[in-house]
Design a protein around this ligand. Sequence first.
Ligand code: SAH
Ligand code: SF4
Length: 364
Amino acid sequence: MKTNLLNFDLNGLTQYFAQMGEKPFRAKQVMRWIHQSGASDFDEMTDLAKSLRAKLNENAVVEVPKLMTAQESSDGTRKWLLDVGTGNGVETVFIPESERGTLCISSQIGCALECTFCSTGRQGFNRNLTAAEIIGQLWWANKALGVTPKNERIISNVVMMGMGEPLANFDNVVTALNIMLDDHGYGLSRRRVTVSTSGMIPQMDRLKEVMPVALAVSLHASNDAVRDQIVPLNKKYPLKELMAACRRYLEKAPRDFVTFEYVMLDGVNDQAQHARELIQLVRDVPCKFNLIPFNSFPNSGYNRSTNANIQVFRDILQQAGFVVTVRKTRGDDIDAACGQLAGQVKDKTRRQQKWQQVMLEQRG
Ligand code: SAH
Ligand code: SF4
């Protein structure tokens, strides 16, 4: 089987070329061809000797996941569905901002963590994406979007907030992050690449050592009783420990705050008393809040908080001195909003049957 060079960061490519008896600078050249010029055919790489190209053609490929669909929303949000084999698909979303914009990428096919308000979680889990499938999302989007007239890449920020829990696919995510940050790759700064986690503490500690990028933590509750219900991982890693892990992360983080994401679920976690409790919970952690109005999906069983409740909640946090943003819903018309990414997951966990059962019991 041929080796897929899209799976390698600079280190991996250097090793690959070394075992072929080639010089390390070949790795940098090939990396620039793949990630900066969007090349996937060795014959396009005209500054490689013909003999080397022939050798590569024989032993290696640059295999990018196939594009299944590309959609554009009326607000400019774009969404791509990529074929990751055996009937599975993953989604990538680009959210344009005034000058450039943010790409939201997926790390797994489905997710095993079962947060109750998340469409990906409800889909079940199939497998981790390979490094090639993760970076392949940026490769495609970059190719589709190109550069500004000033020759800056349109994609200025990347957030790992698509399908899946990035820290549950640690090694492949770190390889992909390496390629994003590499000057021979996409040259993004650590501050502009964000990993979002539901709170996998040991992996947060590892990430801090090997690849301290910006961190977002999906908090979603102000106490363990509520969080246990909606983010089941909380039973393993409760809030007090999570707060301590956030503080440790900040010792090495490229930004001096953690972003806490907080999905606004009507009547579940959105009351004034929750906001006040939240202030106490995070008092030792430098942070910002990102309130996400719940995005509905069929049979979710939840409602989005009212605008009035969201405003009261935001005001309480702001009056306590926190920076708070309320996430605007983008790309609603193409189901590209947060938590709506469903892709195509061939579930291996029987999760969907389980949820159907729960729904039937609730109705009956
Ligand atoms: N697994 C990671 C990253 C992917 S989810 C994590 O949980 O952090 C990105 C964000 O969208 C998370 O904060 C997640 O909790 C939130 N989210 C999930 N489902 C949602 C929904 N239906 N409405 C709004 N936000 C949602
Ligand atoms: Fe997985 Fe994140 Fe969805 Fe939870 S919110 S099920 S961790 S993708």
